[in-house]
Design a protein around this ligand. Structure first.
Ligand code: G6P
Length: 595
């Protein structure tokens, strides 16, 4: 959600800033802009609505002056419509200060009234513009003291063209440290291939970057290695990141298991949890907190933990948990799941849990992100950057890590546990078998393209999969879809079933298979079209379903990892057949850093 890019150094700053905005496009945006010092040493600010192509067109022929700073921004509208005036950078009354901001200034109305009283002239409807006038009135440091909310800020000033001011509170900002040059970005992915060292700014840190070095405080900045392969952030030969990332499924699962699972020995090692082993032995309850797709992996996690460890587990939407009057018993641990590690609600839930002195654990993909840093212990996904807005590979790896965690926490390893370990190890090959049938799923998507509504039905471990499958097609193809537990069908959705309302049924051969068949009978009796996901070799299902997609057999607790893949592909093909930009679905953002 919103992207910040900045540069100070001797290179062509404007081009670098633009190039990095491209890499941040996936976060979601509706307008974009840059501010820089041109070859005549004048400050320029250019903003356009829509895609970055428009901004590039407006900047054709323009270059920035060497050794001066440049900033850029992609905006995802919150306060004020997505138009040129509201796009960032914003500037002060005199047109000397230029600023880009991610986050929300909660007290902007009060500050705006105060500043209008002091004769400041506002142009936009944004909360951000208040910041530029505050800096004009009080200077950078004092302005920061007056604001309430969340921010990542980059600022340049006509009076000091060789300086780039930065600050962070609640919204991510990373500094790339080069040779006498600095880059800034709201996401380290943008810096891959440009620098090897980064500083993940901590909340409350602010400072100034210049050719002479950096001054960041109050906490001393920590320089860390940037471990992102630039190739991972490229599409390669795939037409879309989403498809590339779905096809990375087998490798993503392998990376999540690497060095952790030893199926032969029947052991699981999770280095990130070793520091809290004793505490983990004493936990009485686990609360999983997450949003979006990560929440659905949490629902599967709940089933896994309760089945494999006997640990009472509850999953809550982070956005609900953060405001809920939720009694916390002693011995409760909170497990935060987040791909980006920056989702505002998940971060707030984590802070609440930390405040309550719960043991907090994380399953996070983005290394160095806020949630990864603020949890007491955790396990990284190692899935690599996920660029497609709709989460796909992260879901698979979250499920893989949840299975590992459940195995790790189970006091003794039974034959069933060992079977799960063996199966986990060979699951990447089974995912490959599903991926090999992407063409078949495309045909199915073509056949079902005429429908405007879908029911996704599943029971047990297939229920979270149904919810996630429905979410995918909503996000990518803008098709209304509802995920439902099979047992609940009679309590509502059955009223909708007719020949125009198809059901995608997760009906693999597990302990609730027969119950699913009964659901399908009921749907068939009402002429509802059925597309079933079933186990290879199933002889009964074809009689009930209009279409069947077969997946290899696996142990029930791991079924979500396999069964979600055809549904991801179905949504992908559906969306592309409709002609949509599946990597950047409308109104959605990759990393939802505001509430
Ligand atoms: C956004 C993304 C989803 C993601 C959710 C939670 O809505 O578009 O794909 O599942 O945020 O994000 P997180 O980074 O916390 O997993």
């Amino acid at each position: 959600m919103c992207g910040i890019s900045g540069y100070i150094g001797k290179k062509e700053g404007l081009q670098i800033v633009l190039g990095n905005l491209r890499k941040l496009e996936y976060r979601g945006y509706d307008s974009a802009g840059v501010a820089f010092f041109n070859l005549g040493a004048n400050a320029e600010i250019i903003k356009t609505v829509g895609k970055l192509d428009n901004l590039e067109r407006a900047l054709r022929g323009k270059r920035s002056l060497s050794a001066t700073a440049a900033i850029g921004h992609t905006r995802w509208a919150t306060h004020g419509a997505p138009n040129q005036v509201n796009a960032h950078p914003h500037s002060d009354c005199r047109g000397e200060i230029f600023l880009v901001h991610n986050g929300i200034i909660e007290n902007y109305q009060d500050l705006k009234s105060e500043l209008i009283g002091k004769k400041h002239r506002f142009r936009s409807q944004t909360d951000t513009e208040v910041l530029t006038h505050l800096v004009e009135e009080y200077g950078f440091e004092w302005a920061l003291k007056k604001i309430v909310g969340a921010y990542a800020i980059a600022l340049i000033n006509k009076k000091e063209p060789q300086k780039l001011y930065i600050a962070r509170l609640g919204s991510p900002l990373v500094v790339g440290v080069g040779e006498k040059e600095y880059y800034i970005a709201s996401d380290p992915t943008a810096l891959a291939g440009l620098v090897k060292k980064v500083i993940y700014l901590k909340d409350g840190q602010r400072g100034v970057l210049s050719l002479g070095g950096l001054e960041i405080g109050p906490a001393r900045p920590k320089i860390e290695k940037l471990d992102i392969d630039p190739e991972q952030a490229q599409k390669g030969h795939f037409p879309h990141f989403m498809l590339k990332e779905i096809f990375e499924g087998p490798e993503v699962l392998r990376s999540a298991l690497r060095g952790r699972l030893s199926a032969d020995k029947g052991t699981v090692k999770l280095g990130g949890l070793e520091g809290v082993t004793d505490k983990l032995k004493n936990i009485k309850k686990l609360e999983i907190l997450a949003c979006g797709t990560s929440y659905y992996s949490g629902l599967a996690g709940e089933l896994l933990f309760e089945e494999l460890t006997n640990l009472p587990t509850e999953v809550m939407l982070a956005s609900e948990y953060r405001y809920a009057k939720h009694p916390i018993k002693k011995g409760t641990a909170a497990l935060l799941i987040s791909q980006s590690g920056e989702t505002a609600d998940t971060l707030a839930a984590l802070r609440k849990a930390n405040h309550q002195k719960n043991l907090t654990l994380g399953i996070v993909n983005a290394v160095g992100s806020s949630i990864a840093r603020e949890t007491v212990a955790g396990v990284y996904n190692h899935a690599g950057p996920e660029i497609g807005v709709a989460s796909t590979k992260a879901f698979l790896s979250q499920l893989g890590v949840l299975a590992l965690m459940a195995l790790y926490l189970s006091p003794k390893k039974t034959a069933a546990h060992r079977e799960i370990m063996r199966e986990l190890a060979i699951l990447p090959e089974k995912i490959k078998m599903v991926l090999a049938q992407s063409g078949k799923i495309k045909q199915l998507a073509k056949k079902y393209l005429k429908y405007k509504n879908f029911l996704y039905l599943g029971r047990g471990y297939n229920y979270p999969t149904a919810l996630e499958g429905a979410l995918k097609i909503k996000e990518i193809a803008y098709v209304h879809a509802e995920g439902y537990a099979g047992g609940e069908m009679k309590h509502g959705p059955i009223a909708l079933i007719d020949r125009d309302f198809p059901t995608v049924a997760l009906a693999t051969q597990n302990r609730v298979y027969e119950k699913m068949l009964s659901n399908l009978e009921e749907i068939k009796a009402r002429s509802g079209p059925i597309l079933a996901i079933a186990t290879v070799g199933d002889k009964k299902i074809a009689r009930l379903a209009n279409d069947v997609f077969y997946v290899p057999k696996t142990v029930e607790v791991l079924e979500p990892i396999l069964n979600i893949v055809p549904l991801q592909l179905f949504a992908y093909h559906f969306g592309t057949l409709c002609g949509y930009d599946v990597d950047k679905p409308r109104n959605l953002a990759k990393s939802v850093t505001v509430e």
